[in-house]
Ligand binder design. Structure first.
Ligand code: G3I
Length: 310
């Protein structure tokens, strides 16, 4: 049995995504989150489609509640996310270039400004690349061109000068064309003096695809550019049904991510995308897979938890 909570066994931030509806409704969910983690990332509550579904009508209720919970419990907050093609309000998609640029700037200034000084790190731009390393053809890329990323970082920095600003993506755990493209982009942004401070590696893994190769080397090359690295959304999907062998394999994957982060001084955060199999995005998106978290449905620690906190 563990000596103490997960947050006490490392000098990295140990975080989880949190959903406000569960925080409000489930005392056991809240108590495990509060006990085990020292950083929280709102799972959906800060996304543009949630905070401004209707143009000019803001709903900060979920985001405010999570920021208040974090303050009360002494946790750090990772803001997620300012510029993302998904969970975008419908009204944004139809704008022409000049107006879109003004609206993106206003969105960043409004949201990052509202929480100025309260967010340790922001995922400024999320999921900008395709698997082959080309830019994803989002509404931002198509209408604003390559420069939208540098602009977004400058606007975020102006709105909250002390927040660490990250680019964040999935399938950039190991060495591959997508992580290469991310590396080249952040290198060039740094060279141009764009205020970017870190690379977020989501860490959505599946036992069906094997462990990504070269994770430690990949983290190290970002750090060598003078950037921080954060594991921002770790989970390990299991092809159902769950068996003891698969739980051990899952533990090994989580452990390898944890170890890769701890091998590089500038890997400053290990955050999981939720902490209990009771609530997870996985079964909705990957039918036949699930049980991707450190705790089971009843909030009992799984072998993966024991691997990180023996
Ligand atoms: O809140 C509405 C509810 O009112 C409505 O009745 C219901 C009907 O579908 O939908 C609810 O919204 C859902 C929302 O989660 C809150 O539960 C959306 O449909 C659903 O699409 C949304 O999914 C989220 C997903 O991002 C959106 O792309 C997941 O919860 C969230 O875990 C997931 O998180 C992403 C990260 O932001 C970025 N990286 C990948 C990660 C996993 O996909």
């Amino acid at each position: 049995s563990a000596a103490g909570p997960l947050k006490s066994v490392t000098n990295r931030y140990v975080g989880s995504a949190v959903a406000v509806q569960h925080l409000n409704a489930e005392a056991d969910y809240k108590s495990v989150l509060t006990r085990e983690f020292d950083s929280v990332t709102p799972e959906n509550e800060m996304k543009w489609g949630v905070v401004e579904a209707v143009r000019g009508q803001y709903d900060w209720s979920g985001a405010d509640a999570i920021v208040a919970y974090a303050k009360k419990t002494g946790k750090s907050v990772r803001g997620h996310t300012l510029v993302w093609h998904s969970q975008l309000p419908d009204w944004v998609g139809g704008l022409e270039a000049a107006e879109l640029r003004a609206v993106v700037k206003d969105h960043i200034r409004t949201e990052a400004g509202r929480y100025r000084g309260k967010i340790r790190a922001w995922d400024v731009v999320n999921e900008a690349f395709n698997e082959d390393g080309t830019r994803r053809q989002t509404v931002f890329q198509e209408k604003l061109g390559d420069r939208y990323i540098a602009d977004a970082f400058r606007w975020a920095h102006a709105a909250d000068p002390k927040a660490k600003l990250y680019i964040n993506d999935y399938n950039i755990e190991g060495l591959n064309p997508k992580s290469d493209a991310t590396f080249e982009l952040v290198k060039s942004l740094k060279r141009q003096g764009v205020p970017i401070h870190g690379v977020g590696i989501q860490g959505h893994l599946s036992l069906m695809y094997g462990f990504p190769s070269g994770m430690k080397e990949n983290i190290a090359r970002f750090a060598a550019l003078g950037l921080d690295v954060a594991i921002t959304e770790a989970d390990v999907r299991i092809p159902l049904p769950v068996t003891p062998e698969k739980l051990d394999a899952q533990a090994s994957y989580f452990g390898q991510v944890w170890d890769a982060c701890h091998a590089v001084r500038r890997c400053v955060e290990f955050t999981t995308w939720g902490f209990t199999d009771r609530h997870s995005w996985v079964p909705d998106v990957f039918p036949g897979e699930g049980a991707a978290c450190l705790f089971d449905e009843n909030l009992r620690p799984k072998p993966a938890y024991a691997r990180l906190n023996p």
